[in-house]
Design a protein. Structure first.
Lengths: 413, 413
């Protein structure tokens, strides 16, 4: 992957960085919030797009998901309408009707068929959408090339900062081809593996075959969003959507599919964008003060590495200890121990901020004051070598603070 | 079960309530703690006992567990030595030697073989036991009939109160037979289904066949300790142990086994004692201000009911909402949705403090102020009818407070 990754560069950008995408946002005052809080977003491609999506694995599924799944069945879409503040979940027939109307309103505005519109909502469960306010806010919304960041802001709930990024990928001889991938995402509680409970929207001006887009998205999400955990909860609402409009397609360029020379590059760029967003989501987890990166190596296989890394990143006791700069490494081993992964204490080596604290069944002496100081960093690195095989994986999480409790003790109020 | 349960009464008591059991505790100052904190306990039966135990499912297993498992292989034991403050986990060969020495020291004191002694430790992982201090504290320890509560105190770590209870069971014609069951337990973080991360010691003066004791203990734990969750973490250390010494055996009484007329009574008494302890453990979860009881009914089967009940009781978002008296019922449905249980929103009915908040796919109107007030109670009841089948189960948990974070951000310090 070294050479592939060198052909990719991340830059400040977002869903409207790729050619042919417009976005914008407005305020529908869906719930009480500061008057400058945007809560309705619209993303639009000037060209038809291949579209692929991953949906929540929760058995309780919100109305917008049910509608979007139907609209995406043909692997095509051209627009997304999304609101924050109200999840339109557990809202029965009326909720389905509201989600359908959102698609219809966006379609009318953009002169599309409703089937070309993806609908997405995030926020409180069990409330009905204020359709009148959405209608009038949408009427005043003007999508533009400059609107990507506003779109990223409109999808925020308890996020403290918008998350947005873009990547360029060049392939073949210099300047032979250059495509862009953009993305934005929102968290920040209720985040857990399996793409449940977050929204991410990805765009590219590369021409991509729908099946290949779906497979690339699945792989990218497996290495990023599915390795991120905030609190173990998953929501009925959330989705990762990718749109590929081919607007940067040169004359004679073929759509990217398996075997295409740009395929590995496209996969890597999509994965890098998703990984960046996943890390930012973890860093901005509800109440979080630190990003925790957990690398597991030497696992019996990759599945075991993923299990162990996620269990460590998700352990409340690990998260609380790291918040307190407490080098209580026993909790890390313990979490790996109950993860379901094969673990033999005698074979383990554990590093916290690159200080070895445990090796081959025994604690390693370390200077506690120094390690405490190192744990006061905004990024904490945990590396566990299980010493059993070739499996490796990385997971991301955040520390557990009093603020997490405060935020979640009063979300609906 | 109605008639069976009427023949059982719970009373204030503990591990020395049944005949023939002595217990006591001492202070070995295993870690810094108030000078009156007991941290070494000894439990002893005057008669040989049938013994059965359940151990952690964590792949990382502490030294005392490995030794105890060996000593219990024959289904017999007569004493337990237990310490708090240091888990003797992740301590390699030296830890195994220390656990063996604890058994030997207790055996010498009580004139038993080391194989008759069960060893148990709880506390910080990765520390070695101060064997000299344990030795001298043990020398001064005097087990007695009155020592049950001290024993319950000695096993406490972050528990705020000791947990101890006893039950009497009468069977046959009046006064034909009367046996006692006693127990104590400690939590209070790191508690989760599968009996990982808690200690419970159960005693009875009933004569019980070893195989039947094991099976009864498994059933009792499945309905109690395995349905309790504090934070989803499990520890390398913890165990549930049952000792049956038959000291109340009358002339001609046969050992209780399958088909014995007292068998259902014994099972029910053991389950009641375990359930009482599990509820008390949940109530005293780290930082907890409320006990949460989650009843799931109408599940497709019992396994689904258990899954859904545990997921709801374990959801951080549910726990935080209940702490904040926030009737945010969407989080409850959501947790059931990701539990793995079969869930159809249209079939669900959800009650919070017996107020119906959701029915057949739609929110039910309720008076929010009244429900908020009801949620300010020290016990919160959640009842979810999935409307799909005969499966039912109850789980216990506690709310998530800022104090949980504070306690766990600095446990080793």
């Amino acid at each position: 992957m070294g050479e592939v990754d060198r052909a990719i560069s991340l830059f400040e950008g977002g869903v409207t960085s790729p050619l042919g995408f417009l976005a914008g946002a407005a305020r529908a005052a869906i719930r009480e919030s500061p008057p400058d809080k945007l809560d309705l977003g619209l993303l639009y491609s000037l060209e038809p797009c291949a579209a692929a999506a991953l949906f929540t694995v929760n058995r309780v599924r919100a109305a917008p998901l049910l509608i979007s799944e139907r609209h995406l069945a043909d692997g095509r879409a051209r627009a997304v309408i999304v609101n924050s503040g109200c999840a339109n979940a557990s809202t029965g027939e009326r909720g389905l009707g509201d989600a359908e109307e959102m698609a219809r309103l966006a379609a009318e505005k953009l002169s599309l068929a409703p089937q070309e519109v993806v609908v997405s909502s995030t926020g409180v469960i069990g409330w009905f959408l204020p359709m009148d306010r959405i209608r009038s806010a949408l009427a005043g919304l003007r999508p533009s090339r400059a609107g990507g960041l506003d779109f990223a802001r409109a999808i925020m709930t308890t996020d403290t900062v918008p998350k947005s990024i873009a990547a360029s990928l060049s392939y073949g001889p210099p300047r032979a081809g250059r495509y862009l991938v953009g993305g934005c995402a929102k968290g920040s509680g209720m985040i857990h593996p399996q793409v449940a409970t977050m929204l991410a929207f990805l765009t590219t001006d590369a021409p991509v075959q729908p099946d290949f887009l779906r497979e690339s998205l699945r792989r990218a999400a497996d290495a990023s969003f599915n390795m991120m955990t905030i609190d173990g909860d998953t929501s009925p609402n959330d989705m990762v959507l990718a749109l590929a409009n081919g607007a940067a397609c040169g004359p004679g360029d073929e759509s990217i599919g398996p075997g295409h020379r740009a395929a590995p590059l496209f996969q890597a760029a999509l994965t890098q964008v998703c990984t960046h967003l996943a890390r930012e989501l973890a860093r901005d987890g509800e109440g979080a003060s630190k990003l925790i990166e957990v690398r597991v190596e030497g696992a019996a296989d990759e599945a075991d590495a993923r299990r162990a890394a996620r269990a460590v990143a998700g352990s409340l006791l690990v998260k609380a200890a790291i918040y307190g700069c407490d080098p209580n490494w026993g909790r890390i081993l313990t979490a790996a121990g109950y993860s379901g992964a094969q673990v033999r204490e005698q074979a383990c080596q554990l590093y916290v901020q690159e200080v070895r604290v445990f090796a081959k069944g025994l604690p390693e002496p370390f200077d506690e004051a120094t390690l405490r100081e190192a744990l006061a960093s905004r990024e904490v690195n945990i590396r566990l070598d299980l010493g059993l095989g070739p499996g490796a994986a990385t997971a991301w999480g955040c520390d557990l603070t009093e603020d997490y409790v405060r935020i979640n003790a009063s979300y609906t109020t």
